[in-house]
Design a protein around this ligand. Structure first.
Ligand SMILES: Cc1ncc(COP(=O)(O)O)c(C=O)c1O
Length: 399
């Protein structure tokens, strides 16, 4: 009988190209510290701290009671896909509207991103994305042996893309450009003129745009532009969106993409091959979210706005820290380069020594080095305590 010394020897080489979301690791450490009785303010994980609105919870409970507990089509139930197509078209002012054939529902936007990229990327294809960014795009591209090409976001442009760098980096091998507005981790929001330039490049170089609009409801400016609104861009755009951030439904796991039909069909094939379908009662709850009372979403956003103002003002009052005003999402992304040469080390130190859980900016790509990401999905009381704790602890930090 032979025995196995190292199970790692059995893993495929592709796994070495996978990234991960460090937020989940920091969360685990933060919980361990809390378990010892110490106070920790959680600003590491990107999820609203609110409860899911009641009418959505009730719809989910009712659906279980009514035995919505069987498999569904892999793209999602037609009623939900119709509701998504109607909502997404109306929210973006799109006519003609999308149809259910364009919508693919997944267990969160994240697996949809994976399945979408699996449907699009051949080895050697180029996927251009922002740096810093939500890590799922570069991770999937790497696994698929595509080339992930970062383009800087500029603090000086309130975290909008460096469009000249983008123009220089797209070309014949570019299969798609990923944009994310409002943006994780910076809170930046693209202007219409940014999107027009990206659209011009898409036509010129014949690439697709993956527009991650999952924070489209979390914004503090009165405009939201989707690249799908621009002339000729519907056929080049795949919108990624979901319920986690707008409706405080992170744990329900419900997201979707809206894509040209042939792409939607192939993403569906990947759903079919992976999770088969999303829990049926969760899909029913999604219909209630889109068609029910929208006031809770507005209320949550007003609270996020107050918290944003409090944390940004507080961070800017701490010597050595400067923070731009985020226009969307629920993240503050302060520059801490005067305090720390290693942002991840500083984040870890703050967790252990100040009870403040946040992430190093470089967890989101090399251009995030020198920044921290605070998710202000925490109460004003927690934010105030965290700011006091930072102010008290930071003078002791040795860079
Ligand atoms: C930019 C972006 N896209 C997609 C997601 C995935 O969200 P979910 O899988 O919860 O729908 C996230 C979550 O943090 C995100 O920040």
């Amino acid at each position: 009988m032979t025995t196995i010394a190292h199970h790692a020897d059995y893993l495929c080489s592709a796994v070495s190209r996978l990234g991960s979301e460090s937020a989940f690791e920091v969360l685990a450490r933060a919980k361990a510290i809390e378990a010892t009785g110490r106070r920790v303010v959680h600003m590491e994980i990107g999820e609203p701290d609110f409860d899911t609105p009641d009418h959505i919870k009730r719809a989910g409970i009712r659906a279980i009671e009514e035995n919505y507990s069987h498999y569904t089509p892999s793209a999602g139930i037609p009623e939900l896909r119709e509701a998504i197509a109607a909502y997404a078209s109306a929210y973006r002012g799109l006519a003609p509207t999308y149809g259910l054939q364009n919508v693919v529902v997944g267990a969160g936007a994240k697996p949809i991103i994976w399945n979408l990229l699996a449907a699009l990327l051949d080895p050697g294809d180029e996927l251009v994305y922002a740096d810093p960014a939500y890590p799922a795009y570069a991770s999937a591209a790497g696994y698929l042996e595509a080339k992930a090409i970062p383009v800087h976001l500029l603090e000086s442009r309130n975290w909008r893309l460096d469009l000249d760098e983008l123009a220089a980096k797209v070309g014949p091998k570019t299969k798609a450009v990923v944009i994310n507005s409002p943006h994780n981790p910076t809170g930046g929001v693209l202007l219409r003129e940014d999107l027009e330039r990206i659209a011009e490049l898409a036509h010129q170089h014949d690439f697709l745009v993956i527009s991650d609009e999952i924070y489209s409801r979390n914004r503090y400016v009165d405009y939201f532009h989707s690249i799908s609104q621009l002339d000729g861009m519907r056929e080049r755009t795949i919108i990624v969106d979901g319920f986690s951030k707008a409706y405080a439904m992170t744990g329900w796991r419900l997201g979707y993409c809206i894509a040209p039909e042939e792409i939607a069909k192939t993403v569906t094939l990947f759903n079919n091959n992976t999770f088969s379908c999303v829990a049926t009662f969760v899909q029913r709850a999604g219909i209630a979210a889109l068609t029910g009372d929208d006031a809770p979403v507005e209320r949550m956003n007003e609270i996020f706005r107050e918290r944003r103002d409090a944390i940004v003002a507080g961070l800017n009052s701490i010597p050595g820290i400067s923070c731009t005003l985020p226009e969307g999402a629920f993240y503050a992304f302060p520059n801490v380069s005067k305090i720390a040469s290693d942002d991840k080390h500083l984040a870890q130190w703050l967790l252990e020594n100040a009870g403040v859980a946040c992430l190093g900016g470089s967890s989101f790509g090399p251009a995030g080095a020198g920044y921290l990401r605070f998710s202000y999905a925490a109460s004003l009381d927690d934010i105030g305590w965290a700011l006091d704790s930072l102010r008290e602890a930071l003078p002791r930090y040795v860079r």
